[in-house]
Design a binder for this molecule. Structure first.
Ligand SMILES: [Zn+2]
Length: 160
């Protein structure tokens, strides 16, 4: 019955446990699934989904994976702040409303930086740019913070 772990599955649990230490108020667990994206934070449960096949395909570094997982934890922080009706509509709005999706992704990026994962987030963005097909990266880029915006936010944090 036991499936041999390969590639990213070997290190992902370890990285997840490390990131989790900086999000003590978030109850989350990691579940592998097959889907179109790398990772997804469910608004309705404590699950963070990841697709081992997708992550292996792009061969992300440990640092980039750390940034991605921190971003998913940050979504959970954001969801916690929402009222239940707003939360209920997330999935529906995420698909149909570009500005809503953009606001959600950028908010998660900002929380990621504020929790001390700015460098890792930057790395995941850099690797995403170099590994993604151009069209896919452009779609990604329009909804997330840019390298420059990440750097500005990191500086702001260190001066506080
Ligand atoms: Zn996200």
């Amino acid at each position: 019955m036991s499936k041999k772990l390969t590639g990213v599955s070997i290190i992902i649990d370890e990285i997840f446990a490390d990131v989790k230490k900086k999000f003590p108020e978030v109850d989350a667990r990691l579940v592998p699934v097959s889907m179109k994206s790398f990772m997804l934070s469910s608004p309705y449960s404590n699950i963070i989904y990841y697709d081992p096949e997708q992550l292996n395909k792009y061969n992300f570094s440990r640092k980039a994976l750390t940034g991605m997982i921190a971003h998913e934890f940050s979504h959970k922080i954001d969801y916690k702040r929402m009222g239940w009706i707003e939360r209920l509509l997330i999935k529906w709005k995420h698909k149909r409303n570009f500005n809503f999706k953009r606001r959600l992704e950028r908010e998660a990026d900002m929380i990621t930086i504020d929790r001390g994962f700015g460098k890792e987030l930057k790395q995941s963005l850099k690797e995403t740019e170099s590994k993604f097909e151009e069209e896919r990266f452009l779609r990604f880029k329009t909804t997330h913070l840019s390298i420059k915006e990440i750097e500005i936010r990191m500086k702001k944090g260190s001066n506080d």
